[in-house]
Design a binder for this molecule. Structure first.
Ligand code: PLP
Length: 398
């Protein structure tokens, strides 16, 4: 049976040269990068090279890159690190502190903010989006002008719909109010060109496994001078902001994946790949829209990353579609990876006001440079049959 992996917003296939680059750090080069001796010191040199590769890709300086265990930790370090600075160091009263974000963020941000509100009393405002998933800029401006606002945290590209937010504009609005700006760029890296200086952001989260690197590693960009405190207390690693012996293999792999993206940008290959991916995504979209009635695409078609297609199939359950697709060897997702397995509808689509009959029947297809036309054709052959089959069983279809 054919296998089609269209779930690249959940995770991507690790590039072979990335696996190869990590190899010797499992074996011969097992030293601790913090050791004084030459054996450990040689490992530290490779870590610094990886830091340089990450920094170059986003136009940061290496000392502004802090390796973390992934995007989730980077988001937590950014938000709670800034809050800790103001509360612990500047002795601000928690009840006078305020954070701003949007209703469509990843759980690493949105669930964190509700946790901080519930358990610490840290107030936050979640800005809404339009029916196309675009952020309400007026509401954002109003929210960041709330007295006591410390930080705004807004994603670059939505993991469920692929909708791109105008980060440069939002960061500049926040800056005018003296509010720090964090961008969760986990779904933007590799799909969009990123220059932290041009964007004017103070903090940025990225994750390795979304760009064909290994899982369990990511980074937080922290603009020099940004007020932030650590979440973990321990050794002296990474300027005390993220102590702990480094995930050497992961960092080396992440560095290599960033280096690959950097060169693919410079030699034009990345642009070609994005065009190819977007053509495949569009073929899938048009094919499904024309063969399945009562179907809609969720998200602004004119402002989406190249690889993502979020579609709702009215009157049927996304999970049932996924199960039947799985039987055919087609792998996609309903909502974000973190919420799959629960039958709760997507908070992103709810925030966009997607009608109830469409809400539960949404599927996210996310392609990568490894996707090809025969996979799209296979989906176009199988998915309409699946939709027809499920609609026959649906009590909502007359
Ligand atoms: C937008 C966004 N932020 C954060 C994360 C979490 O990243 P990680 O899986 O590296 O913890 C994800 C993962 O899907 C994501 O899509």
């Amino acid at each position: 049976m054919k296998k089609v992996y269209f779930d690249n917003n959940a995770t991507t296939r690790t590039d072979c040269d990335v696996v190869e680059a990590m190899g010797k750090f499992w074996g011969e080069l097992y030293g601790n990068p913090s050791s004084i001796h030459l054996f450990g010191g040689s490992v530290s040199k490779y870590i610094e090279e990886a830091r340089q590769s990450v920094a170059s890709l986003i136009n940061a300086d290496p000392d502004e890159i802090y390796f973390t265990s992934g995007g989730t930790e980077a988001d937590n370090l950014a938000i709670q690190g800034v809050a800790r600075h103001y509360i612990y160091k500047e002795k601000k009263q928690v009840e006078n502190c305020h954070l701003v974000s949007s209703q469509v963020e990843h759980p690493a941000v949105i669930a964190q903010l509700s946790y901080l509100k519930e358990h610490l009393g840290l107030k936050s405002t979640l800005v809404g989006v339009s029916s196309c998933g675009d952020i309400d800029i007026k509401s954002f401006s109003k929210a960041v002008s709330t007295p006591g606002t410390l930080l705004a945290s807004i994603m670059m590209a939505n993991n469920e719909t692929g909708v791109i937010f105008p980060i440069k504009e939002l960061a500049s609005i926040a800056k005018k109010q003296g509010v720090l700006f964090h961008v969760d760029a986990v779904q933007g890296l590799g799909k969009l060109d990123i220059d932290v200086r041009d964007l004017g952001v103070d903090l940025m989260s990225i994750s390795s496994h979304k760009i064909h690197g290994p899982k369990g590693v990511g980074a937080l960009y922290v603009k020099r001078g940004t007020p932030i405190e650590p979440l973990f207390i321990g050794g002296h690693q990474q300027h005390l902001l993220r102590p702990g012996t480094e995930n050497v293999c992961g960092i080396i792999g992440f560095g290599k994946a960033c280096k690959n993206l950097y060169f693919a940008t410079k030699n034009g290959v990345l642009e070609q790949e994005r065009e190819k991916i977007s053509a495949l995504r569009n073929k899938l979209q048009e094919g499904l829209l024309s063969t399945c009635i009562d179907t809609q695409v969720n998200g602004n078609l004119n402002s989406r990353v190249c690889n993502t297609l979020n579609m709702s199939f009215e009157y049927i359950e996304g999970e049932s579609i996924l199960l039947l697709m799985d039987e055919m060897g087609i792998w996609a997702s309903s909502g974000s990876a973190c919420t799959s397995g629960s039958l709760e509808s997507s908070h992103v689509l709810r925030a966009m006001g997607v009608p109830f009959s469409m809400l539960h029947g949404s599927i996210r297809f996310s392609l990568s440079k490894y996707s090809n036309e025969s996979e799209v054709d296979y989906c176009l052959e199988k998915i309409p049959e699946i939709v027809k089959r499920l609609r026959k069983l649906s009590p909502f279809v007359k």
